[in-house]
Design a protein. Structure first.
Ligand code: 2RA
Length: 353
């Protein structure tokens, strides 16, 4: 029999992307069970053309489940993944709760699918959205040229902060629309937007906010440390030098990253383009003369990481600068999680045949 899948957090914005993906990709699943908090249980959602009633998150809801995809806040994953494990479920978790545990792999299938085999706790983490988009381009270059250092600046969209982030941005844009003087004097955007900043520490409309996540030691944000720690773990380079600045921009969906990567070997822009053209899950969009750049408005709703503006550093023949954009709801969240779950389904189906 085909394996049974549970989607935990099915009513959330990443949950709905997961259901869309499960409805459009090759169907490897037997039963699909939708699970959410008590508040959302009883809702009816469509998956694979069939209406399903969302069940409440309880231990019993995992009975008979083989693989569960979790997209819930960190503390919910922390509490419920072990409960699911105890019922024999392999958990694919999209939160940050387990990513840095040594006995939990972070998997990006195009990059390091081999580590999926090592999952002693029955938990597999999916990478953070910004890391996932960036690593898709950086990993193939690393395998070719030997990565030594990354300097990153992110341009993260409002949907990374959930539906409330998207709603906040739209509300603020409505408030600032039409007044052509707004933004030309200190304080007037703040005044127009008012106190409702939603999940952001400052107005996002007509602005960029150099902050995402929580404050960690020495002034770094949690999002910046995720980029550093997850890159090191996924690439298997524990001492990789990484310096990241994470910035929220007034884009609805699509996280972008300006990457400066230093390698052991000399590189050329053409050589890098060649490597990236052959890399799975990557699309090279790099023709500034014709106005072709990787941008969130084009990448939204698509699966690959879009890469362009590929240049060799003027001052270091071993370094490249380039720009990556990806749909943070898909490869950055729902898609990567679904891809990992599908690898597990293939493994289980093979073992049972
Ligand atoms: C964000 N990376 O964009 C986060 C979501 N995990 O806010």
């Amino acid at each position: 029999a085909k394996p049974t899948l549970a989607v935990v957090g099915a009513t959330g914005s990443v949950g709905s992307v997961m259901l869309e993906l499960l409805s459009s990709r090759r169907d490897v699943w037997g039963e699909i069970r939708l699970i959410a908090s008590a508040r959302s249980s009883g809702k009816v959602l469509t998956c694979r053309g069939v209406e399903l009633t969302v069940q409440e998150l309880t231990a019993e809801a995992f009975d008979g489940v083989d693989v569960a995809m979790f997209d819930v806040p960190d503390p919910v994953s922390e509490q419920w993944a072990p409960i699911a494990n105890a019922r024999g479920v392999i958990v694919v978790d999209n939160s940050a709760a387990f990513r840095m545990e040594p006995d939990v792999p972070i998997v990006v299938p195009e990059v390091n699918r081999e580590v999926l085999r090592y999952r002693p706790r029955g938990i597999v983490s999916s990478a953070n959205c910004t890391t996932a988009a960036m690593i898709m381009a950086v990993a193939p270059l690393h395998y070719e040229f030997g990565l030594r250092e990354l300097v990153l600046a992110s341009y993260q969209s409002a949907s990374g902060a959930g539906q409330v982030g998207v709603d906040t941005l739209h509300d603020q844009l409505t408030k600032v629309a039409g007044d052509r003087l707004l933004g030309s004097r200190p304080g007037n955007v703040r005044q127009a937007v008012g106190d409702d900043l939603g999940p952001f520490p400052a107005p996002l409309a007509l602005n960029v906010v150099p902050w995402s996540g929580q404050l960690e030691a020495l002034g770094w944000s949690s999002e910046e440390l995720k980029l550093r720690n997850e890159s090191r773990k996924i690439l298997g380079i524990p001492a990789l030098k990484v310096s990241a600045t994470c910035v929220r921009v007034p884009v609805v969906t699509g996280h972008s990253i300006a990457v400066h990567a230093v390698f052991a070997a000399e590189v050329t822009a053409d050589g890098a383009r060649q490597v990236l053209r052959n890399a799975p899950g990557v699309i090279v969009v790099d023709d500034p003369e014709s106005g072709e750049f990787p941008m969130p408005i084009d990448a939204v709703g698509t699966d690959p990481s879009w890469v362009g503006r590929i240049r060799r550093a003027m001052d270091d023949p071993r370094a490249l600068s380039f720009f990556v954009t990806g749909d943070n709801m898909r490869k950055g969240a729902g898609l990567n999680t679904v891809q990992i779950a599908e690898l597990l389904a293939a493994e289980l189906t093979k073992a049972r045949s």
